[in-house]
Design a protein around this ligand. Structure first.
Ligand code: PMP
Length: 287
């Protein structure tokens, strides 16, 4: 696998970063994961704009323009084998003597790699997947896509240990998001999701879903969602660039609605796959 590190393209095994890099020492950096289908990045500009917002939120000067980032992404895709990737970008505040305060001068470390984009197992599409709930114990700036992911890592591990694919998070009895995805629910045919706030990441996939709901006249509303509403939902979906729109059919070992992917999910998934095909020319659905 060819990666990009600070201006060079090289095999990942040869990439070297200083242990004084603030990304390593403090998790002082931001990242993005852009899905690439048939060598075509999906919603690349939206991902790069979100990365700009993350950098603005942590006072990190973006080393490149959006146009330059687009060119770097295309070059990395061209240099790697394979058609479908999760293109990972990380920018840290760079190498400096260890001190919490921002260094007066440092050059951001820029790292990019292409991970294979694994198709969702077919049985997820047919049967949906299981999730658990947990208390959202993370900080209050989850709108920043920060590489400091320990809260998300610990949350995700809980569902791994429970044999589930995601951990859905509740803060003071209200739904926020999941360990690495956004959450939407369906009640009486209405798609509901918590509004964007500092408590959750503004998902690029979530934005696609809301755009598609508007385009196809599917009723939706953004408003706070209680734990009780989550638990009694007809359908629960989690969305992310790599999971796309995934139906959660068991929550904490209880069936969600009828315990199988619901009709509103089926409609949205069809629109999502059609849109992906429209944008990337990628014929086969990922799953
Ligand atoms: N929330 C969190 C905490 C995430 O890590 C992700 C995945 N990056 C998402 C939501 C979904 O974002 P996206 O749809 O842009 O992948």
């Amino acid at each position: 696998m060819i990666c990009f590190l600070n201006g060079d393209y090289l095999p990942i095994e040869q990439a070297r970063i200083s242990p004084l890099d603030r990304g390593f020492i403090f998790g002082d950096g931001v990242y993005e994961v852009i899905p690439v289908y048939a060598r075509r990045p999906f919603r690349m500009v939206e991902h790069l704009q979100r990365m700009q917002r993350s950098m603005d939120r942590i006072g990190l000067a973006n080393p490149h323009s959006i146009e330059k980032w687009e060119a770097l992404c295309m070059e990395l895709i061209a240099r790697n084998e394979g058609e479908n990737h999760g293109l990972y970008i990380q920018v840290s505040r760079g190498v400096a003597p260890r001190d919490h305060a921002f260094p007066k001068e440092s050059t951001p470390t820029v790292f990019m790699m292409c991970n294979p984009l694994r198709a969702a197992p077919a049985h997820w599409r047919a049967e949906g997947a299981a999730a658990i709930t947990a208390r959202d114990e993370r900080w209050l700036n989850n709108d920043i896509k920060s590489t400091a992911l320990l809260g998300n890592v610990l949350a995700r591990q809980k569902s791994v240990e429970a044999g589930a694919v995601e951990t859905i998070l509740l803060r003071e009895g209200m739904l926020t998001e999941a360990s690495s995805s956004n959450v939407l629910i369906v009640r009486d045919g209405l798609i509901l999701s918590p509004p964007k706030s500092n408590l959750l990441l503004p998902g690029t996939t979530f934005d696609v879903v809301i755009e598609l709901a508007r385009r196809h006249g599917m009723a939706h509303e953004l408003r706070p969602i209680t734990e009780a509403e989550l638990r009694s939902a007809d359908e629960i979906w989690v969305t992310s660039a790599t999971k796309e729109v995934l139906a959660i059919t068991r929550l904490d070992d209880q069936p969600v609605g009828e315990g199988k992917p619901g009709p509103v999910w089926r409609r949205m998934d069809r629109h999502y796959q059609d849109y992906k095909r429209e944008v990337t020319g990628c014929e086969a659905p990922q799953a």
